[in-house]
Design a protein around this ligand. Structure first.
Ligand code: ADP
Length: 376
């Protein structure tokens, strides 16, 4: 069994040990030399070039992804060539375009923030007036880690975005959303096989700083009961309604008036699921491989009551993560470290740590303290 992964980042890297354990061969098409997944990257090439991707995919049993940016026409060429692509282009387009995603989720009757497609600054100003004087504006495509997301009080603040989307030949629209008054952000991960089997991990709380995920608590505190059921139902409805295969991450808002709204979708392993590698019977990378290979899925129970994952953002100002190993490993022997093999750079996700245990305060402390050793 050979799985081809397009994209050579840390998600592809973390599929490598899972593939080894399952006895699955992993091949990676990386964007550049020396990326996180270099260990399994037998090819470096442009994922927007159909011939490059077809040549890479020819000998694999299934193609999957480290990111959502492979263009639809390239994905369709793979499908036309008879190569299984999971998730497939019909599902993936909803993770590639936030306007399409909002339209489809609204059709499915799922709870989303109030939204509108806006093509001109006047339309955006109308939306802002109708929503208490504020809105969140998003570029429909290509955003990540909060890039392409801005809270505004006037269309003038995103004037240049209208110009950019008008020139990209895709209809020239932005997504306007109500500024959601949320208590916290949650994420619900599920995995689905082509044959329909689906499993859910517990809903988790995600903490973002400046649009970037910094910490994840699994399960989300005070989520037992209705909240857990609602989050799982929403994600299962999306996975089935959109025909997603592999891991699906649904980012959610828990509002101050106790509603659960869908923010974003990712159709691949996701930062909010990294805890599962050390905290769950089946980690998300193993589960993703099982799902895209249409193999029976693994249990999603937790080893301990709590798992806390903290991202190492940026890394040390000088030197590498490895330079800090003596201090980090000696001081935090119960914490699990994952180093993505990337050069430190301000704000960059260069690794994460996970702690598990039965006392939440202690687990949070352990994970934060261990991550802090790698940051200045
Ligand atoms: P990205 O695709 O870059 O991750 P998101 O759509 O997830 O972008 O938005 C990034 C962050 O911006 C979210 O995690 C949340 O904190 C904030 N955000 C996004 N949409 C809204 C909204 N409608 N109201 C309030 N905050 C929002």
């Amino acid at each position: 069994m050979i799985v081809g992964v397009i994209g050579g980042g840390q998600l592809a890297r973390m599929m490598i040990p899972a593939a080894i354990e399952l006895g699955v061969e992993l091949r990676v098409l990386a964007e550049a030399d020396g990326m996180s997944a270099a260990l399994a990257a037998d090819r470096v090439g442009d994922y927007t070039d159909a011939e490059t991707v077809l040549a890479f995919a020819r000998d694999v049993d299934v193609v999957t992804f480290d990111h959502e940016h492979v263009p639809q026409d390239v994905l369709r060429r793979l499908v036309d060539a008879g190569i299984p692509v999971r998730p497939g282009p019909d599902a993936l387009r909803f993770a590639q375009d936030k306007l399409l995603m909002r339209e489809r989720l609204s059709e499915l009757g799922l709870p989303v923030p109030d939204w509108a497609r806006v093509q001109t600054p006047d339309e955006l100003d109308d939306f802002i007036r109708g929503h208490g004087g504020s809105a969140v504006v998003k570029t429909p495509r290509g955003g990540y880690d909060g890039k392409g997301v801005r809270a505004v009080r006037s269309a003038a603040e995103v004037a240049e975005w209208f110009t950019t989307v008008a020139e990209d030949g895709r209809g020239g629209a932005l997504l306007a959303e109500e500024l959601v008054d949320f208590r916290r952000e949650l994420a619900q991960l599920v995995a689905r096989r082509p044959s329909g089997e689906i499993v859910a991990w517990p809903v988790v709380e995600t903490v973002q700083v400046g649009g970037v995920c910094s910490e994840v608590i699994a399960p989300a505190p005070h989520s037992a009961g209705r909240l857990a059921d609602v989050a799982a139902d929403v994600a299962i409805t999306i996975a089935e309604g959109l025909g997603v295969t592999g891991v699906l991450a649904v980012e959610l808002f828990e509002t101050t008036d106790d509603r659960v709204l869908v923010n974003e979708l990712a159709m691949r392993p996701h930062n909010s699921g990294h805890w599962s590698m050390d905290g769950s019977t089946t980690g998300q990378f193993e589960q993703h491989l099982r799902a895209v290979l249409d193999l029976p899925l693994g249990g999603t129970g937790s080893h301990e009551a709590w798992s806390v994952m903290v991202n190492v953002l940026g890394g040390p100002a000088e030197g590498s993560l490895v330079d800090r190993y003596p201090e980090a490993l000696a001081g935090h022997p119960t914490v699990k470290l994952h180093n993505y093999g990337k050069a430190p750079r301000p704000g960059r996700k260069v690794g994460h740590v996970t702690a598990i245990g039965d006392d939440l305060d202690d687990v949070v402390y352990q994970a934060r303290a261990a991550a802090a050793v790698f940051q200045d």
